[in-house]
Design a protein around this ligand. Structure first.
Ligand code: NDP
Length: 338
């Protein structure tokens, strides 16, 4: 099956990971790229051997394409996703799906009504490490899960120190950037949904314009599991990791909150310690494979539109909690958006 893609956004993430991931699929082709600047579109197309460069959404959606990958700044996702869905294209959209969970639900409803596939590019679900964690938990290897800890404070690379730290109107800030991923990964690994969150955020010297560049969140899940997560742009020397502690054992994953298929997963129980093995496939290649399968009627994207609603609703609740100084409920009905 051939799938012809149009890229909406001449972005870093497409350049670093997604162009390769699309071309790694049998039948995966990139037919066109859209940038708001005709010059940048042309240069980007030439650099990546993309046949068609455009600077308007109408031109992109009028091209011979089956699907779009949206990786513009966050305030543009809603309008671009709705237009693509209206044009009958399948949509793989970057996180956050929109600036509010209400808008994200609008995208999900539109895709469902149009019968197109909608996915949210939460890459971490595709990491072998996170799938090993999820499998170990669902196989009962740590008994009953009690608590989780997520270490996802990093140093934002200089080339990305743009809209994320300067533009609230573009959906900047670490919560919309990284807390959404932690929400999704916690849901995926635990097989559970968060119902409440309490958050402190900070501006530790990198972000301006009232944006936060660090956050610590405390989460309560439906099953009673509690979790903590730390997201940041300013910690140059911190490790990343993901831990789940249960009644019969602990899972300790190191260096796994990353775009690369790296890291380790240790299971510790009364029997001792065991390093779990897992596949090291490129996360984005796997994401694309599932998306292509979903287009041909087999299964769903690894993270669906509904998953994107959940992660955004969680991030929204974290920001509300910081403002109000109170724990905020995450509406569990969001999980049943149909
Ligand atoms: P970039 O800043 O690289 O790109 C975003 C937009 O900025 C582009 O669409 C482009 O606009 C514009 N832009 C890029 N380079 C330039 C430039 N040199 N001069 C002027 N404008 C420029 O963002 P990212 O690739 O980091 O992020 C894009 C989206 O992807 C976001 O939604 C983000 O949340 C998400 N993301 C997801 C990741 C994941 O692993 N799932 C990882 C990283 C990002 P135009 O298209 O108009 O040229």
């Amino acid at each position: 099956m051939s799938v012809r893609w149009g890229l909406i956004g001449a972005s870093t993430i497409a350049r670093q990971f997604m162009i390769n991931a699309i071309r790694a699929q049998e039948g995966g082709e990139i037919s066109a790229v859209m940038s708001s600047s005709p010059e940048r579109a042309k240069t980007y197309a030439a650099e990546h051997n993309i046949p068609f460069a455009v600077s308007t959404l109408d031109d992109l959606l009028g091209a011979d394409i089956d699907a779009v990958y949206i990786s513009t700044t966050n305030e543009l996702h809603l309008e671009q996703a709705l237009a693509a869905i209206k044009a009958g294209k399948h949509v793989l959209c970057e996180k956050p799906l929109a600036l509010t969970s209400t808008d994200a639900r609008t995208i999900v409803a539109a895709a469902k009504a149009a019968g197109v596939v909608l996915g949210t590019n939460h890459h971490l679900r595709n990491a072998g490490a996170h799938r090993a964690l999820r499998d170990a938990i669902s196989a009962g290897r740590i008994g009953k899960p009690i608590a989780a800890r997520v270490f996802h404070a990093v140093y934002l690379p200089e080339n990305l120190q743009g809209w994320r730290i300067t533009k609230p109107e573009a959906g900047g800030g670490v919560v919309l950037d990284i807390t959404v991923h932690d929400a999704d990964t916690l849901r995926f690994v635990l097989g559970d949904d968060p119902i409440e969150i309490s958050a402190f955020t900070q501006s530790a010297g990198m972000a301006g314009s009232g944006l936060e560049d660090g956050a610590m969140c405390i989460w309560r899940f439906r099953s009673g599991v509690i979790a903590q997560s730390h997201e940041g742009f300013t910690t140059k020397f911190a490790d990343t990791g993901f831990e789940v502690h249960g009644s019969e054992g602990s899972l300790i994953a190191k260096n796994v909150m990353t775009q690369k298929p790296v890291g380790s997963v240790l299971l510790r129980t009364a029997k001792g310690e065991e390093e779990l093995s897992f596949d090291r496939e490129d996360l984005y290649v796997r994401s694309l494979r599932q998306f292509h399968a979903a287009i041909s009627g087999k299964g769903q994207p690894s993270a669906t539109g509904e998953d994107g609603v959940w992660s955004l609703a969680s991030a929204e609740a974290a920001l509300q909690s910081e403002k109000s100084g109170k724990a905020v409920a995450i509406d569990p009905k969001l999980g049943s958006v149909k």
